[in-house]
Design a protein around this ligand. Structure first.
Ligand SMILES: Nc1ncnc2c1ncn2[C@@H]1O[C@H](COP(=O)(O)OP(=O)(O)OP(=O)(O)O)[C@@H](O)[C@H]1O
Ligand SMILES: [Mg+2]
Length: 303
């Protein structure tokens, strides 16, 4: 495991009151895995990420990054790159090239290595043409990419991304998604938070949902979708149903939604219905799949 967190607890003191922000959060992420951390506003995602990044000390529980505890062993921080909310890991008055140089050297890399890696990163992130423009004058999507580059300069094993696509346009979002995939495919473990559930569904191998400081579900993405998907199929025809077939289908208990759309409750019924439909041309047959938004809302509301 690249990342293990065990029963993290954190409370904040607010006007004398103790607010429990994170309660028993345990997470595990392997090399090459993308995990999405989802939850409503105030659920405790950023707090957890800050604890993992060594920026906040947990009241209880522990973190290990490649078996090293970042709260006890500073060397664990070398294995980690983080982009927090609002990419505050950048100097806005410096250029991307200068940011990479500054943070690379700060991380203990030689100037020569920093220069080589900066060159590769700027090319790969498609930002070579902006290498000498100050970060403050870049678009939000470009700034986000620079923030991710800076987090990667020391080649971490774990990358933490807090809302990496917040406020990005369609194209920049696609680009960041593609980069996250690439970084993971090279063996980096990635923990990201997002409120864009379609992105989590597409990118993440595993999903953890946190609500009011507690992890209420943690599973492989496709297992989760399958678990909530049921067994129904939708059939779409290229032509309208004739009255005789329609009657037979109704007698079988088929749900006839329109002249060309049917819904059957399970696989056995699907084959019965197909036998009845033969030889009408079928446009598509599709299993009904739950989407992450429905699942998320159901789980969070049930709690
Ligand atoms: N510095 C702080 N002082 C006091 N309370 C805080 C502090 N930071 C966070 N909290 C509280 O801790 C809880 C968790 O906040 P956190 O920022 O971790 O949520 P989040 O899941 O990242 O939310 P969002 O989706 O809005 O980013 C909230 O109740 C928040 O008000
Ligand atoms: Mg947050």
């Amino acid at each position: 495991m690249i990342l293990e967190s065990h029963k993290l607890k954190k409370s904040y003191r607010d006007k004398g009151r103790l607010i429990s922000a994170v309660h028993d959060v345990s997470l595990r992420i392997a090399a090459g895995e993308v995990a999405a951390f989802l939850g409503p506003n105030g659920a405790g995602k950023t707090t957890t990420i800050k604890i993992i990044a060594g920026l906040l000390r947990p009241d209880e529980g522990w973190v290990r990054i490649c078996d090293r505890n970042p709260h006890k062993n500073q060397s664990a921080l070398k294995l980690l790159g983080a982009v927090l909310e609002g990419n505050r890991n950048l100097y806005w008055r410096l250029t991307p090239a200068e940011n990479l140089e500054y943070f690379g050297v700060l991380r203990g890399l030689s100037p020569r290595i920093v220069q080589q890696r900066s060159h590769v990163l700027l090319e790969r992130f498609n930002l070579a043409h902006k290498a000498q423009t100050i970060v403050g004058a870049l678009s939000r999507g470009m700034q986000q990419k620079v923030a991710i580059m800076v987090a990667l300069i020391h080649q971490p094993r774990l990358l933490l991304l807090d809302e990496p696509t917040l406020g990005l346009d369609v194209e920049a979002t696609e680009e960041v998604k593609q980069l996250v995939r690439e970084i993971a495919s090279q063996g980096c473990a990635i923990l990201l938070t997002t409120h864009q559930l379609a992105i989590a569904e597409e990118l993440a191998d595993r999903i953890a949902i946190i609500n009011q400081g507690k992890v209420i579900m943690e599973q492989a993405t496709h297992d989760l979708i399958r678990q909530f998907s049921g067994s129904a199929y939708q059939i779409e025809l290229e032509v309208s149903l004739d009255p005789a077939r329609r009657l037979k289908l109704e007698n079988l208990g088929t749900d006839i939604e329109t002249e060309t759309k049917l819904r059957v409750s399970n696989l056995a019924a699907l084959y019965q219905v197909l036998a009845l439909l033969k030889p009408l041309p079928v446009l598509r047959i599709q299993k009904e799949e739950a989407n992450l938004t429905d699942i998320f809302l159901k789980l969070v509301r049930e709690q």
